[in-house]
Design a protein around this ligand. Sequence first.
Ligand SMILES: O=C(O)CCC(=O)C(=O)O
Ligand SMILES: [Fe+2]
Length: 350
Amino acid sequence: MDSQTQTQTFHFVNGSSPSSLSPDHILPQEKRPNLTHTPLLSSVPVIDMTEEPHASVVQKISKACEEFGFFQIINHGVPRELCDTVLALLAAFFELPPQEKAPFLATDETRHRQVKLVNYHVKTDGETRVCMWSECLAHPWHPLDDVVHLLPQNPLRYREVIAEYSKEIYVLMKRLLSLISQGLGLEQDCLETKLGETPTFRAQGNYYPPCPDPELTLGLNVHTDISALTIVRQSEGVTGLQVLQNGNWVPVEPIPDAFVINIGDQIQVLSNGRFRSVHHRAVTNKTRKRVSMATFYGPSKDTIIGPIRDLIDEQHPPLYREYHFSEFLEEFFKQEGTRRMVTEMFELKA
Ligand SMILES: O=C(O)CCC(=O)C(=O)O
Ligand SMILES: [Fe+2]
């Protein structure tokens, strides 16, 4: 047994042990992952960020965003040790005794807190809540100065290491936004400008303990990311993230020292549907815990989002209407627990 295998120390924040699957984690038949039907043949493209010429990186990213909405990057310049430390510290936080995690737990009253521990759920038949097999720690990642004192103090180095990681991710995020803009045939700074001067920077650390019966539950329910762009660092050696591709769930295999990048709903709209925000989910596995750190970049509430004018012509009429991002968020919260149809609400019907 290696150090990844056992997770005896993990307890859900409500004190329950992950060694048995309580009824409140069991999904109704039609929402279960159906793992035996997962094809292993194809996965999302892997792009070497140092490849020459530069135009070929732009072209590969653009193709991946059109076809998959997801890709992985290697040789990205972020120190590997730093990323490993982030995941190790996240794991250490979730493996603290429940009473130490409890102050971070979001309740109905505290759900607007900047820093919060969330156990997501799905609402089945209107009211019944099924809990996901995960715990998530959500907080801003940039700028950190205003919130660093609200982040966990245990493990001891969490604040300091997140601050360092945040600097690296900031540089990478801007670089990716520029490459994606170029892939759309736009000026390098176009997407960053359209996403506004005061973007929203949210991070979510996800912890999935080993699960006694992965067929009956999910780590994270099917969703698209409502922001613009996501950078995910995932544990090595454990598969869990799956992406919907032509009606099949395709695993995003962990590649050493890679980041998973995905397009969110706002770039789908800005690109007038050319780049896709794709449904994805996290499944669990029987023997190993899995940890991931997702960092999101999105607009602020008062930013106006709509298809970029340069991408619209007679052959490409606008597919979406313009909206304030606050409207998008309102719709998102209204649809909580149901099938995600937020982007559809802003579609212009021919
Ligand atoms: O755990 C993962 O790899 C996926 C996380 C994710 O989709 C999210 O946090 O939005
Ligand atoms: Fe996601």
